[in-house]
Design a protein around this ligand. Structure first.
Ligand SMILES: NC(=O)CC[C@H](N)C(=O)O
Length: 385
């Protein structure tokens, strides 16, 4: 792969740890940021992707060429708080971002990226970058936006090389909420917008970087949601007398977050509470049950991934965003594999035999199906109810 130079003078660049450079036009935040570079194949949902806290410390290369056409809307934020660390650090686009044309848009993508402190880079050969990631795995890199076009490539390469990367990184405790709070908003299901619902059965959401739509789906299934920080102890959680617990999605290496999450989850399982894990929550549940997680080469990031539910033999089209996976071989006898990726056969779901404790690797709230995976929330609500 050769360095790709656009015809105009570049105002932004992606510099990989191996020294390769992708030049383009800058948009959004001015400055530089280091992260792991991944590609996402979704055709829609760029705002939800960039505000999914699971993408913290990542730079997302969109394979879909036209991004930004529908602008941004306050309703499409996914992080529970707008702090800068709760989002991807960079976004890479093939085509230049054109003005938004959509009735829902309340800000142009460029302005929104700037407000969110996300660096955008357009005009990049995203196919070449994606092919590179497919062949070599997800590299560390620095994305830099300098309107004067001056880049110290050597220093940026050095920064990418010296970054410790995502293996061993616990990001969940910084990205998740630092406070306890109740979430009451249900799914967007009325012409007037989202509705607030008061439910009686209460679940605690351990926030490792939760997405809002997970909480909306729980509320829509009849559950009241109390959010607690990632580091909340089992004692603190049990004191809230929950009817169930949800382990959220989140960024970073599950093993690193596991140092404090595993003992908590083990106590919650011992307390016989219904438990649902999603993505990072799935990986943490597996670790708490004695299994292992592994780093994937290119990961799964997209909105068209087929997953099979062995318990019903149905295939659902799901949204994925993960760079680590549960190692099937390491699952103990007490655990049954319930879901598998039909792309690469990797594990996508588990349940504990004889207990209402289960988890999935994909994002059932993200609706590419569009409703294929909502049954998981209903399954959990039934277990709680
Ligand atoms: N979406 C998530 O929860 C991601 C989980 C984990 N950080 C991974 O990359 O595998």
């Amino acid at each position: 792969m050769t360095d790709y130079k656009p015809t105009q003078e570049p105002t932004a660049a992606l510099v990989l740890a191996n020294g390769q450079v992708f030049y383009g036009a800058g948009i959004g935040h001015v400055g530089s940021a280091v992260g792991e570079v991944c590609f996402n194949t979704a055709m829609t949902g760029y705002q939800e992707i960039l505000t999914d806290p699971s993408y913290a410390a990542q730079i997302v290369c969109f394979t879909f060429p036209h991004v930004g056409n529908t602008g941004t809307s306050i309703d499409d934020e996914e992080a529970s708080s707008p702090r800068a660390e709760t989002a991807a650090v960079g976004a890479i686009f093939r085509a230049a971002v054109t003005p938004a044309s959509n009735w829902r848009s309340d800000a142009e993508l460029g302005d929104w990226l700037a407000a969110r402190k996300i660096i955008g880079l357009s005009g990049v050969d995203t196919r070449a970058l994606t092919a590179f990631i497919r062949d070599n795995g997800m590299p560390n890199g620095v994305i830099a936006h300098a309107p004067d076009g001056v880049f110290d490539i050597e220093a940026l390469t050095q920064q990418a090389r010296e970054w410790a990367g995502l293996v061993g990184a616990d990001l969940a405790k910084d990205v998740g909420s630092q406070e306890y709070f109740d979430w009451t908003q249900a799914r967007w299901n009325l012409p007037g917008g989202y509705s607030d619902v008061e439910n009686t059965k209460r679940v605690v959401m351990i926030d490792y970087g939760v997405k809002r739509n997970i909480m909306r789906n729980l509320v829509s299934c009849g559950l009241a949601v109390t959010v607690v920080p990632a580091t909340a102890s089992a004692e603190d959680i049990l004191a809230l007398k929950p009817d169930g617990v949800v382990l959220s999605n989140g960024p970073g290496d599950p093993e690193a977050t596991g140092t404090y999450a595993i003992p908590t989850i083990q106590k919650l399982i011992a307390a016989d509470l219904p438990l649902l894990g999603i993505c990072l929550g799935h990986q943490l549940l597996a670790l708490a049950l004695g299994a292992k997680t592994v780093k994937m080469d290119q990961g799964h990031h997209g909105a068209n991934h087929p997953v099979k539910d062995y318990t019903t033999n149905k295939v659902e089209i799901v949204s994925m965003n993960h760079g680590f996976a549960v190692d099937r071989q390491s699952l103990p006898d007490s655990v049954e594999e319930t879901h598998v990726s039909l792309f690469d056969g990797s594990n996508c779901g588990i349940r504990v035999k004889g207990k209402p404790v289960f988890s999935v690797q994909h994002h059932p709230e993200a609706s590419p199906g569009p409703q294929d995976s909502f049954y998981l929330f209903e399954r959990f609500a039934d277990a709680v109810g």
